[in-house]
Write a new protein. Sequence first.
Lengths: 468, 229
Amino acid sequence: MNGPATEFKVRAGQLTADLRHRQIIQTALGKYETVRDRTKSSFQDWAGAREAASKIKWEAVNHLDEYLLEFVGKLEARGTKVHWASTGTQAREIILSILKDKKAKCIVKSKAMTSEEIHLNEALAHAGFEVVESDLGEFIVQLRKEVPYHIVFPAMHLVRGEISELFVRELGSAPTQSPEELTMIARRVLRQKYVNADVGFTGANFAVAETGMISITENEGNARLTAALPKTMVTLMGIEKVVPRLEDLALFLPMLATMGTGQSLTCYNSLYGGPRQPDEPDGPEEYHVILLDNRRTELLADAEQRDSLHCIRCGACLNVCPIFKNVGGHTYGTTYSGPIGSVLTPHLRGLQEWKHLSFASSLCGACTETCPVKINLHHHLLHNRRNSTRQKPGVFEKLAFRAFAAVINRPWAYALCKKAGRFLQKLHPLIKGSPLDPARSWTRTRELPPIASQTFKEYWHKRQSGLK
Amino acid sequence: VNEREKILARIREALTKPAPRTLHSIGSLPKADNGASLHFGARQWLPSVGEAFEQRLDLFRKNLADLKGNFSLVESREELVAQLAALRDAEEWTKIATHSGELTNEIGRELHLPVFQTNRCYDARELESCSVGITQCDALIAQTGSVLVTSRSAGGRALSVFPPHHVILARRSQLLSDLPGAFDFLKSTYAPNYPSFISFITGPSRTGDIERILVLGAHGPKKLTVFCF
């Protein structure tokens, strides 16, 4: 077994048994479910909205080259510098050269999963820049030197006491049990950063081809301040973020909010079409947009799974996933966790090394059912399983099925196995749960049901002879 | 330019193979391949909004109250100034940040407070010292309780988010019913020369990042007040 798969198994085992962790996640997600359902039911026709959102994304992704060029043309026409990056390394180099060019020292960041994907913070810190995450959840996990736990709720796994201890240790604040006071501590620290930062860095939720704008969805106002005060603004976005028309957002913004947090609209939904224009009082003097491929085109080439590029990163599939709820976000060891992460990661980082995520699923389909853009998530998990086995067939499984076929095709062999099973199960307690136990992964924590003392065939024979 | 061509070439190569039409995706396929079937209004699916002004007003008021924002319908400029003066005294405002505009020009004189205007390039530290940001807006949206602002209508990017209290002065005629209407409005008002910044503000700044407990004023304003007259 390889590295990530072993780590996944070990961590999953630990966290599944961690009842406190489970309690925290279930409380948080319970609150989410209540508001999400309330907001969803306020739509006149959620199913219709889903169908339409999926259609729009289908159109955009299946004509990606055309819409990207339209988007870039419009953006450049208003003074934005657009960069293209095939890989994470290239994207980091572009960002570093912008920072060096601007002689920047401090960078304030609003939440961007693409930056997690290319490990930007490490690269910037390594090059000697000060990087500050401004989203409260991201700020907390950055202080803990962790990666986000969840793509929408980065600090979902922590309780206030832990955050208070963290702030006392890292920021020298007074201990408090009040979420409000904790938020205000972060607010005070970060306010000064917006004013002093040389560069503001953001991600993007949507890119509007028709008007050449990026759309950022947030609640705290940190992205707005990041895009307003520093002299240079940099946005890193995946190439799949594009939507054809401005009015498409009338559908996507409320749907993203509904599925992401249960709000009917998040607090700030902002569109940025360039640097400060001549008639405007503030905003960055320079605006850079970096378009990141990072193997998205490989996923695009997999026509069967192309619809996973529809993803709007709402996190809804994570929130309903029984696996995610039990093993938690960090267990995945990936940028994107939950069902969408299990589908994407094998494409972004290699199928053989990350196929185990596609096997860690009950295939219940809750993800597919909740997805607002109708990604066929649980079938893609099956596709990944199939592709990985086709690429590298499992020797043990092959042998097991060959043996099974041999037995099941021979009635006498089958009958013998049934008898042997009944006998051998009596001896099972001797090895139950030990490394010798062939059913160990089940019997370590559970009981095997006893094999019936007689088969149906035996029962029927007895019954018939009794009647005679 | 080189990477651009490489990425575009990879995209075009990838798209030579059409996405399969499965049972799952069948309803999601655009009918024509030129995007023509995509010209629909989102209005039919989104939460419904009544047609009459009173219905829009009630919905806006209810939504903003749910968002913990404040709403006040005033009949005259005098009533507006009186209510603002009450806020000034209650919150001990010392300095107002605003921008030049039909509804905002006289506000400092009327409230007897020094005014800082973000009409031209300014120092963010000075904006930070203001107790309140008073702006105009492009529209109010009943469906979501949102305020639509742009860098042109509301004094730039920071004025409506940096001070601890954001006060919006709007006309009754600016109350739109829904989001599709707001995007129509943006297009008809600005296209093709859009402001570089457009934002839908939906309640005061908030976070739920600590145990999913709502806290107002995460980074932006803790209070949001809309005056409509």
